[in-house]
Every structure is written in C-alpha cells, then in structure tokens.
Design a protein around this ligand. Structure first.
Ligand code: ADP
Ligand code: ZN
Length: 433
C-alpha cells in the first residue's frame, strides 16, 4: 500500500521542480528570519537570488551538529517562539543536547511522512501497533505515535522498559505491529520466549525498526526470533525524527521522503559531491519545515543513493543501509573498522547470539581489539575443543571481512548487557588516554 501515491510515485522531473520551488522558499525564509544563516550565507558569498533550482544547492554552506550546539538552544529557529508548539532534543553522544523546535505545520509534515512509512510496512486502520521507542525528548516514541494515529491504526503508547508488561500487553491487545530499536526487538524476543505464552497466541507480524544502524544479517536474526517481517525506518532529530525514510515490501533500500528532505551524498573529508551511487556522507536540506529549517545538514551517516524506480512503483530515491556514522568508525592498528562489519560476521554464524561488545584499548603503544560475543545455549558446552574450533572460524571470518583478527571472547548466553533503546556496543578506551 502507498499512502501518498502522487508524491511517492511522482515523475523524477516533476519531483525536481517541486524541490526547486521549495528550496527557494526555504532559503528565503532562513535568510530573512535566522541571523546565523544570513551571516553564514553572506560570508560564503551566496544570497537567495543565487538559488533558482535544486541544482544550486551546492552553492550553499553546510550546517553541522556543532552549529546546533553553538546556537543552543533556539538560535537556529526561523519561526518566533509563539509559533513553536513542540520541542525535542537529542542527547547526542557528547556535550550539550541538540534542540529542535516544531511548528504546527512541522508536526503535520512529520505525521505525513510517518504515515508513508507505516503504510509501506503494510499497516493500516485495522491494526494495533505497540510503540516501544522511548517517549519524551527523544523523537522515536512520539514520532511513531503520530504516524500510527495518522494512518488510523490503534496505538499502544508503551514507551521502552517494563519488559514483562510489554509482552503482556502485546499479547492481550493483539499488537500486529511493533516499533522500537532493533536491539530492543531482540530483547523483547527473549522476553516473549521467557513468558511461556505460545507464539501462535501473539498477532505480531511487522516490526518498524530504526534509530540505530543494523545490518541485513541482524534483520534475519530478528525476523527468525520474532517470527515477523522487519522493516527499516530512518530518521534523525535535526531533520524531523523517524520518518525521513522507510523500506517498502521489496526491502531493497530505504525510500527517502525527498519532497520534504533533500538528500545529497558528499565525500566526508572534502565535502565535495560524490559520483552518483558512491558511498559517502548523507547530507539533508529540509524543504518545507518552518520552525527550524536546516540547509545541507551533515548527518555523519555513511550510505549511498539509488535513483532507479523501485519494483514497488515508488520513484523516490532509495538509500542503502547505513554503514555507520563517520564518528563510529574505529581505526585499529591502522585499519578502518565499523561495528556493523563485526555485527555481520556474528549474525551469520548460527552458533552465536546477536549480542556483542567491542572493547578497544591501547597497551604499550599497541591497539588491542576485543570482541565479546554470546554463544547460544545449545552450543555453550563444556567441550573445549568445540569452542576452540568455533573461535577459529570466527577469527577466520573476521580476518576476511575486516582484515584484522580481534581477540574473541566467547561468553555465556545472556551475559552481555541488553539495551532498551539505542545499543551501546563499543568502548574505545583510547579516547581517554
Ligand atoms: P542521537 O544523535 O542522540 O542518536 P537521533 O535520535 O537523532 O540522535 O539519532 C539519529 C541517528 O540515528 C541517525 O543520524 C543515524 O545515525 C541513526 N539512525 C536512525 N535510524 C536509523 C536506521 N534506520 N538505520 C541506521 N541508523 C539509523
Ligand atoms: Zn520500493
């Protein structure tokens, strides 16, 4: 099902025209209403008249996470506070939070894009959807909540935590959809098993998972454990929250709502646009937001774009899976390592649970790299030989995927800390040395 066929299946040429009109308006708006933007554009030697079409976007300066911190809390608003009806904030990984203000119109846009997502996941008016993203300043909970209400579904505003109750209500209320982080989905899968309620008694069919990177292999694990179809939903606070992109039934890339959020891919070091299809840093410009429009915001997320029409009929651009954030990349003994690569190796081995932890340190000027991973109950035998053999096979795969052999620490099932929101799977102690 398609929520907004006119837009989601619009001819590319018409989409570009729409984007051009909207970009022009947004640039005029921020130039008029937001002093830091006006100054930045003047310094950059560009004014609103220079922006006539979407192709002119490259003339504009970038916006970074640092800008949001520097103008904390309200310096980047383009609407007066009297028109701001909601605030959200993201703790980020370091320092001050990032604050975003929404007007009534911005909330409508958010609900519209959210509705596109949940419709693409096959959910509709008849369906009960449990929202187990955290509610509060984090955009996950309220974002998914608005989306489910907009499609006319029945929302269970569960938030995260209280796992036993999650399972009880999911069962008793007949939830068909579940929205949460992929790591919390795994946690709930274990809790479902522990509840001793037979799987057939649950109606759960579909998951809307996002807010953190997850691999194709992790998808398979979650689908098998929960017995559902797991869809990707993407978003970030600065742009709007969940709903910036979503997968369709073909699950071949994440469709972006490019009539509202214009994507570009640039080289993360130089900021230059990459050749179409090449991997790089995702950059968004909001085209319709009033409260806090952002131009060329550097997401730090690494991915690539595909402009071919999808088998589902949508013409909207699709992005590949997020490899990770530029700032998540570990450089270990000179080799670039993404946690997602470690995850893909772990999830492809049937003896292992999809729970892992990466510890990096520097001892005597040498990087140490340890991966702790849980062995499945059935394989966690006392037979040392079997475990030694398993470790050897993991090492072999890691070496061929990453080009580096970590110290593998096989641990008991359920010994690695579980996450109810975004998982923390890396501890790089070198940062503090
Ligand atoms: P924080 O910076 O506190 O994590 P956000 O909640 O705004 O704040 O997180 C947005 C980021 O989460 C994105 O930039 C991206 O790195 C990650 N993310 C969100 N959804 C997905 C997804 N579906 N796949 C991969 N990464 C995602
Ligand atoms: Zn599609």
């Amino acid at each position: 099902m398609i929520w907004n066929e006119t837009i989601e299946c619009m001819e590319r040429e018409s989409m570009r025209k729409l984007q051009s009109i909207r970009l022009k308006k947004t640039v005029e708006r921020v130039y008029r209403n937001c002093e830091p933007y006006r100054k930045r554009m003047q310094e950059h030697g560009v004014s609103p008249v220079d922006i006539q079409s979407i192709d002119d976007i490259v003339k504009l300066p970038f916006t970074s996470k640092k800008d949001l911190r520097d103008y904390y809390p309200f310096g980047l608003l383009s609407s007066p506070m009297s028109e701001i009806v909601r605030l959200h904030a993201s703790s980020g990984t370091t320092g001050k939070p990032i604050v975003v203000g929404y007007t009534r119109n911005d909330l409508d846009i958010w609900n519209e894009v959210g509705a596109r997502c949940f419709t693409a996941f096959g959910l509709g008016q008849q369906d009960v959807v449990q929202v187990s993203y955290g509610y509060g300043l984090f955009t996950g909970g309220l974002g998914a909540h608005g989306a489910v209400e907009t499609i006319g579904g029945t929302v269970i505003p569960m938030s995260s935590g209280n796992t036993e109750k999650q399972i009880m209500l999911m069962h008793d209320f007949g939830a068909v959809g579940l929205a949460c982080t992929p790591s919390y989905a795994l946690y709930l899968a274990d809790a479902m098993r522990d509840s001793n309620i037979p799987r057939e008694e649950f109606k759960l069919k579909v998951g809307a998972f996002g807010a953190e990177p997850w691999t194709e292999e992790m998808r398979k694990e979650i689908e098998a454990k929960l017995g559902i179809k797991a869809y990707d939903i993407y978003g970030l606070t600065e742009i709007i929250g969940p709903g910036v992109g979503y997968e369709c039934e073909y699950q071949h890339g994440t469709h972006l709502c490019e009539d509202h959020f214009y994507p570009e891919i640039v080289n993360p070091e130089t900021g230059e646009p990459v050749v179409p299809g090449e991997m790089g840093e995702l950059v968004f410009s909001t085209l319709t937001k009033d409260g806090m429009p952002l131009l060329r915001f550097r997401t730090r997320d690494l991915t690539y774009l595909n402009y071919e029409t999808c088998a589902c009929g949508r013409t909207s651009v699709r992005m590949g899976r997020i490899l990770g954030r530029c700032d998540d990349m570990l450089i270990i003994r000179g080799v670039n390592v993404f946690p997602s690569q470690v995850e893909s190796v772990i999830c492809e081995m049937p003896e292992l649970e999809p729970h892992y932890f990466i510890a990096v340190d520097r001892v005597n000027n040498l990087d140490t790299f340890e991966v702790q991973v849980e062995v499945k109950e059935d394989f966690y035998t006392d037979e040392v030989n079997k475990l030694l053999d398993l470790r050897k096979r993991i090492l072999h795969r890691m070496q061929s995927v990453i080009g580096l052999s970590p110290d593998i620490k096989l641990v008991e099932p359920r010994s690695i800390e579980r996450s109810q929101g975004k998982a923390k799977r890396v501890n790089d102690k070198r940062k503090f040395k």
